[in-house]
Design a protein around this ligand. Structure first.
Ligand SMILES: NC(=O)c1ccc[n+]([C@@H]2O[C@H](COP(=O)([O-])OP(=O)(O)OC[C@H]3O[C@@H](n4cnc5c(N)ncnc54)[C@H](OP(=O)(O)O)[C@@H]3O)[C@@H](O)[C@H]2O)c1
Length: 272
């Protein structure tokens, strides 16, 4: 789907670079048809050297010659980036990764009836194990969303959502890796407390978390049902679960998502 498309990555920073690398490694794009931009010429040079792509500090030049314009600048840099390509983008699909920046804001910044798709990826995209939520703007049609799905599908899973859910997505799968690291680290500490070497404990629980996540995704069973299968009556697991309930783990995790969602809305200038 992307093979015959020219891709401009405006803002080839951490996420921009991840996208370039993942798409090239997955063979989804032709490196000769990728052009990266950044604010500093050193950043552009580094990407050109590392990936054999083209590069420029001129957003307008990059966007004019592209079919798909991926914008991956910080939210506060978005207005300036949009101004730099205004008028140069008409038929191109614009895909944004900027946290909290609405399709409405991007559409107004670009003018015309530009198709815009907003996305929210997360850091495991680095290992092609990411989760990206995708929301269509006013002028984005099914085929535009399909292009975004192909881009982020090269870095993991994708899910199309209504844009009104994007703050919740930010608070769940965007912040989620950090929440999971805390849970993982705490469980490993439990292993250490019980005498396991730290490295062993961390490996045991990291693979367990990966396996549990795959069980949910691949069996499509409700997590509670999968939990019940592990929980033998009067066995060990039920004693551990009781401690989790007493410690308020569920409530703490639910509140973490609520707070992170509210903060995402606040940062985007919306009422949570
Ligand atoms: N990192 C993640 O995992 C992640 C996950 C979800 C969403 N996001 C969102 O994705 C966006 C990028 O995040 P990031 O972590 O990759 O940030 P970053 O590392 O700071 O990258 C931003 C890049 O934009 C470039 N830039 C700044 N102003 C520009 C302009 N006017 N024109 C062209 N390039 C410009 C910067 O160039 P220089 O390097 O030369 O300064 C930098 O390379 C943010 O909006 C963030 O909220 C990131």
């Amino acid at each position: 789907m992307l093979k015959d498309k020219t891709l401009a990555v405006l803002g080839a920073g951490k996420l921009g670079e991840t996208m370039i690398r993942a798409l090239i490694e997955a063979g989804a794009v032709d490196r000769g048809r990728v052009i990266a931009t950044a604010r500093h010429p050193e950043t552009v040079e580094a990407r050109v050297k590392a990936y054999g792509i083209r590069g420029t500090t001129d957003n307008r030049e990059a966007a004019s010659n592209a079919d798909v314009v991926l914008i991956s600048v910080k939210p506060q840099q978005m207005a300036e980036a949009l101004a730099s390509i205004q008028g140069a983008v008409r038929h191109q699909l614009v895909v944004s990764t900027a946290t909290g920046v609405t399709t409405d804001f991007i559409e107004r910044g670009l003018g015309d009836s530009v198709p815009v798709v907003r996305t929210m990826p997360n850091t495991p995209c680095l290992l092609r194990a990411g989760m990206t939520a995708i929301a269509a703007g006013t002028h984005a049609r099914r085929e535009h969303v399909a292009v975004a799905e192909a881009v982020f599908g090269a870095m993991g899973r994708t899910r199309v959502v209504d844009e009104r859910h994007m703050d919740a997505v930010t608070g769940l799968s965007g912040s989620g890796p950090a929440f999971m690291y805390v849970v993982l680290e705490a469980l490993a500490e439990g292993g250490v407390k019980m005498g396991l070497p730290r490295e062993t404990a961390t490996e045991l629980i990291a693979q367990t978390m990966l396996g549990a996540a795959r069980m949910v995704l691949e069996t499509r069973e409700h997590p509670a049902k999968l939990k019940d299968i592990v929980t033998t009556p009067a066995g060990c697991t039920i004693d551990g679960l009781l401690e989790l309930e007493e410690g308020g783990l569920r409530v703490a995790l639910i509140k973490a998502v609520v707070k992170a969602t509210q903060r995402a809305a606040q940062l985007g200038g919306r009422t949570p």
